[in-house]
Write a protein that binds this ligand. Structure first.
Ligand SMILES: CCCCC/C=C/C(=O)SCCNC(=O)CCNC(=O)[C@H](O)C(C)(C)COP(=O)(O)OP(=O)(O)OC[C@H]1O[C@@H](n2cnc3c(N)ncnc32)[C@H](O)[C@@H]1OP(=O)(O)O
Length: 302
């Protein structure tokens, strides 16, 4: 049932005019594409997939410049790439990383949540829910190679992964900073963080909207490893090899065992969660806060 709902959302997404043709992208063969076996990079305008079939691994690079904000189009492309990799028996793991220098992801796209119609908010929130569910419950091993700053939705995306490697750069902060924007992280954002760092640390981090620099992120457990910037990808690959050495069915079932109760909570409250989001985001006070925050981001440049 839950899966059917998910598939409907994904199918609808695939049927959108701008989503058509995303499966066919100009390919290039390169070292990351598995050397000489001819498998090409594929993907879509905003998601580059570099397959390494020999290793059973694909590197998924987010490239939605300037800041990899999680727009509706971008989320849809991410979901399509994930689905394609999951359906291809060649692949057992993916490394999720960014193609935008210094930015892993700036989180949910604020322009999707500002000044739009309620119907748009419904569509956007369904895509956010679907992305979380799909990544959180993916049968693949998913490792985040976090090579940039990662606030709010960007942090959430990395928390859906099985392991997080963060580049040791003081600018690369990570956390659920929603309160700083005058908004509230939904219960499933909070649950994902609780599952990662525990209740008390989450309570503090979420209320204060903490963005942790690398050493702090490691200490509190938001990330599993902090390494020099030029070693993020190689470390993610070594970790992947370790995870792929475990019998796949046992690892997958264990992942499901650990994560299903959290996912089920959203699955059973999905519609209510959409309504809560739309009611909240439509409030004048929330719209004002978001506009002011976006304005502050723009003025930062001037
Ligand atoms: C019930 C509601 C629950 C909703 C839960 C919400 C979850 C979220 O994820 S909300 C989003 C939270 N994200 C942030 O707080 C990050 C905001 N961005 C930044 O702090 C910075 O942009 C940066 C550190 C990520 C990058 O800094 P920098 O390299 O200096 O780039 P700029 O700040 O100049 O940004 C360039 C460009 O991008 C626009 N932008 C930045 N973040 C977003 C975003 N999340 N959504 C949409 N657009 C974003 C920024 O406004 C600039 O635009 P232009 O001025 O038009 O170039």
């Amino acid at each position: 049932m839950a899966l059917a709902v998910g598939m409907r959302v994904l199918t609808r997404a695939l049927l959108r005019p701008w989503a058509r043709g995303l499966r066919v992208a100009p390919g290039r063969t390169g070292p990351a594409a598995g050397g000489g076996d001819g498998m090409r990079c594929f993907g879509s305008p905003r998601v580059l997939v570099e397959p390494d079939p020999a290793a059973g691994v694909a590197v998924v690079k987010m490239r939605n410049p300037p800041v990899n904000s999680l727009s509706l189009e971008f989320l849809t492309e991410l979901l399509i790439s994930l689905e394609k990799l999951e359906n291809d028996k060649t692949f057992h793991g993916i490394i999720l990383t960014s193609d935008c220098p210094g930015i892993f992801s700036a989180g949910l796209d604020l322009t999707e949540m500002c000044g739009r119609k309620p119907e748009h908010y419904v569509e956007y929130w369904k895509a956010v829910q679907e992305t979380w569910l799909r990544f959180y419950l993916s049968n693949l091993v998913v490792i985040a190679a976090i090579n940039g700053v990662s606030p709010a939705g960007g942090c959430l995306l990395s928390l859906t992964c099985d392991y997080r490697v963060l580049a040791n750069n003081p600018k690369y902060t990570i956390g659920l900073n929603e309160t700083l924007l005058g908004i509230v992280a939904p219960f499933w954002f909070k649950d994902t963080m609780v599952n990662t760092i525990g209740h008390r640390a989450t309570e503090r981090a979420l209320q204060l909207g903490l963005l942790f620099p690398p050493a702090e992120a490691l200490r509190v457990g938001v990330v599993d490893q902090v390494v020099p910037e030029d070693q993020v990808q190689s470390t993610a690959r070594s970790v992947m090899a370790q995870w792929l050495a475990i019998p796949d069915h046992a690892r997958q079932l264990t992942k499901t065992l650990m994560r299903k109760p959290t996912a089920d909570r959203l699955l059973t409250e999905r519609d209510a969660d959409i309504q809560t989001f739309v009611r909240f985001i439509c409030r004048d006070s929330v719209q004002k806060s978001l506009h002011a925050y976006l304005e502050k981001l723009k003025q930062k440049k001037g």
